[in-house]
Design a protein around this ligand. Structure first.
Ligand SMILES: Cc1cc2nc3c(=O)[nH]c(=O)nc-3n(C[C@H](O)[C@H](O)[C@H](O)COP(=O)(O)O)c2cc1C
Length: 354
């Protein structure tokens, strides 16, 4: 147990050192300015629908921590910030809590602080149904995230190296668990093909968790006494690319969350314009909380909400549905990648303002 507790703290410490070292390539996605927006900031509505939930703001505090007394205060503060804006919030992987009941309180604090909140549990996609049910009941979860973290496990000295049977397991859990399931990557992205696989087996909410923000290969490399991680620091599908691939292959009935290195309201607006239903944030809120405190975290969330609304005002759109119809130009590395992969990028530029 001491080993697990230490790992939780080391993840937090090393994540602060390796945040946003790469890019999530939203700089390759451009809005087309509207000089005649005919819009009023006060009329802009950024509410969204994600699965069964109607959200006032399209932001989620993504899965970070739990499992050690020393990280409980982090969940307490994140839940306080999420409550301030009615944002959904996910707890960190609950495996430690399931195996060691003495740390359950470090997850439960989120529900205690935010009893009316939309709270997501979190567990590996290889978990048994019994573990998933325990994770749900631990925090009375509204939804459960199943995480995919192969690169992290590979670089982590004590990590798994056998990843067979995961697709069947996700399909089984999806048909057995009564509350919504979110399948999420953890910073290496989801390709169009694999997003289609997930959608085809019944996954209704997919969080692309692309590269460009938190880098678990770099984090595990810090913890390891070998340096395998060094070789793979570039690994991953950047978030904007993963999002475009995913949105072009999943069924219309699947909702997509954009996450991985999203830093501000302009990047969030680009993700939402591409078609994401919500934006997940982990590394940024964590680093602001730990380096500047809770009131600065609350200011940061207020700021990204305002930046999203300013973007919509400059485009002349009042709702996120209309934002999804704004023209977008895709350039550079992202264009090259998508062209080679056979995705039609021209359609975005031909869209018309509402
Ligand atoms: C310290 C830390 C711990 C994390 N632990 C988990 C976890 O237990 N389960 C999970 O699904 N994701 C975990 N994540 C990954 C995030 O939920 C997210 O997918 C990833 O960090 C990419 O988003 P970001 O670039 O905004 O941080 C963790 C992230 C950080 C920074």
């Amino acid at each position: 147990m001491e080993k697990i507790k230490r790992r939780k703290i080391e993840h937090i410490i090393h994540s602060l050192k390796h945040i946003n070292e790469k890019t999530s390539v939203f700089e390759d996605v451009h809005f087309v300015h509207n000089c005649l927006p005919e819009c009023d900031l006060n009329l802009i509505d950024i509410s969204t629908k994600l699965g069964p939930w109607k959200l006032k703001h399209p932001f989620i505090i993504n899965s970070i921590t739990g499992g050690s007394d020393k990280v409980k205060h982090i969940n307490q503060s994140l839940a306080t910030a999420a409550r301030e804006f009615n944002l959904p919030i996910a707890v960190g992987s609950q495996k430690a809590g399931i195996e060691h009941p003495e740390v359950v309180h470090t997850y439960k604090i989120v529900r205690e602080i935010y009893p009316e909140g939309i709270i997501f549990g979190n567990i590996g996609a290889d978990a048994s149904i019994d573990m998933v049910e325990k994770a749900i009941s631990m925090i009375n979860a509204d939804g459960i995230q199943l995480h995919l973290n192969v690169p992290q496990e590979i670089i982590m000295p004590e990590g798994d190296k056998n990843f067979t049977g995961i697709v069947n397991n996700i399909e089984y859990l999806t048909s057995s668990i009564k509350i919504p399931i979110i399948v999420k990557e953890t910073g290496f992205g989801i390709s169009g093909e694999k997003a289609k696989t997930l959608s085809d087996i019944g996954v209704k909410i997919i969080d692309v968790g692309g590269s460009g923000g938190t880098n678990f290969i770099a984090i595990e490399n810090e913890r390891s006494d070998n340096d395998f991680g060094e070789t793979f620091l570039e690994w991953g599908i950047p978030t904007a690319i993963s999002l475009i691939e995913t949105l072009n292959t999943v069924k219309k009935t699947s909702d997509v969350i954009a996450s991985g290195g999203i830093k501000n309201g302009l990047e969030a607006a680009k993700a939402l314009a591409l078609g994401a239903k919500a934006v997940g944030l982990a590394g940024m809120p964590l680093s602001i909380l730990l380096q500047k405190g809770l009131s600065e975290l609350i200011n940061y969330i207020h700021r990204i909400i305002t930046e999203l609304k300013f973007t919509m005002l400059m485009l002349g759109v009042k709702t996120l549905q209309d934002l999804r119809r704004c023209p977008l130009v895709i350039t550079g590395f992202t264009l090259q990648w998508l062209n080679q992969r056979g995705y039609n990028t021209g359609n975005y530029a031909k869209r018309e303002y509402r």
